[in-house]
Design a protein around this ligand. Sequence first.
Ligand code: GDG
Length: 482
Amino acid sequence: MDSSDAASGGPAGAPLVVVANRLPVRCVEHDGEMRWDLSPGGLVSALTPALAGGAGMWIGWPGDGVDLAVPAEHAGIELRAVPLDDAEFEQFYLGFSNATLWPLYHDAIRAPTFHREWWYAYMSVNDRYARAVAEAAAPGATVWVHDYQLQLVPKILRAMRPDLRIGFFLHIPFPPQELFLQLPWRRPIIEGLLGADLVGFQVQGAASNFSRVARRVVGASGTDAVLDFDGRRVRVGAFPISVDTTALIKRASDPAVQGRARQIREELGSPDVVMLGVDRLDYTKGIDRRLIAVGELFAEGFLSTSRAVLVQIGVPSREEDPHYRREREHLEQLVGEINGEHSSVGRSAIHYLYQSVEVDELVALYLAADVMLVTPLRDGMNLVAKEYVACRVDATGALVLSEFAGAARELRDAAILVNPHDLDGLKQAIRHAVDLDPNEGTARMRRMRRIVRRHDVQAWARTFLAALHADSSHISTTPDPG
Ligand code: GDG
């Protein structure tokens, strides 16, 4: 296939098109030269087999400030870039996507900002993505649209290409109607999503919130699983995303990675207990709750630096947004206070890194940690929780998990569940995890490992695509234990 064919999905177009805000590649420096690499992460590895070998195309934005031209193909996946100019980056991406929808969909933990200019940019960028798909997709192709940045794409695309089968998956929560109804553009958003044949969410609660809002806002009829709207049938369901368990187990079993995990413990002063938090630095992740709880446990003497340490990775994220800058300042002040009061020379209570780490280093950290703290105030799923479980190949370790993370639906019987707003409850959960009886810990970890082995990200992608192709009279989603 030459590059002009590749750029249009081949002469006949692509039979499977994934469209997401970002392309699955990132521009990285190797020996002083910039080049494209596959982005790490479950979504990319889940979809690569289905898309590779000329069968599929991925459409998305290459990222901010990238000068290198996007190749027509990488690792067997056809790529098509949707460019954003500076004003669109501000208004569509930082504005409507991340300062209107993100906080609104996460229970309005921060007040969402409503700006008409941002909405206009959201409409025009969604239109551009939909056009790119319409040009690239083969007759009767399957299109899988991802996430909150692209909620208008299904409807626009259906109007241009009624022959396509369109699925949509939302990676973040869908809020209860009391919150969603605040959105001045609630009707076009719901109509946009209802352009799909199948609308998927992380958990059943989100699917039910959406169906309820669709009945109320646009007068769709039907149940939480099947809606009739505008003369068409739209299926709705829960498809909890997961991790690439096999790949993580392979990395976690690598002697070099295990050696690095031992080295990390030594570098931390060989404490009895290593606690770990890994998050994008985002106000939804409840990082301050866990710092406050850990700080109080140090103050009360339950934890001491000769016994325990917390490693907190905060991956830089959306640094242009003032909410994120304030969150960073807030966290760094907390870390400074706790370390100032409880550390001694050569021994810190908290090791805080405002940086991202390589995947092998991340897996070594998971292996080095006795207790994983995942305490979001609201989270669609939270892959960190599942990655920790997948990496614990010797079935040790304890997971403290917020009940407001989607992952709690599947892991609630074996994780130590917490309400992160309840600081005393959170402290009690951390104490429980630190003092967990080893036999009980192993039994819990084995139960969680069975879940992430049975339901990995490949199973998630297969289940979604099978449901998208299934007869519209029945739908088989992943069973949601709740
Ligand atoms: C959204 C939803 C949903 C983190 N630090 C490093 C690093 N990571 C990787 C983790 C994990 C991913 O980033 C974060 O995924 P999460 O699920 O925890 O959170 P969001 O970024 O908010 O993702 C979420 C997800 O979409 C998928 O549907 O679960 O609810 O909010 O994979 O490992 N990776 C590397 N270095 C780091 O320092 N290499």
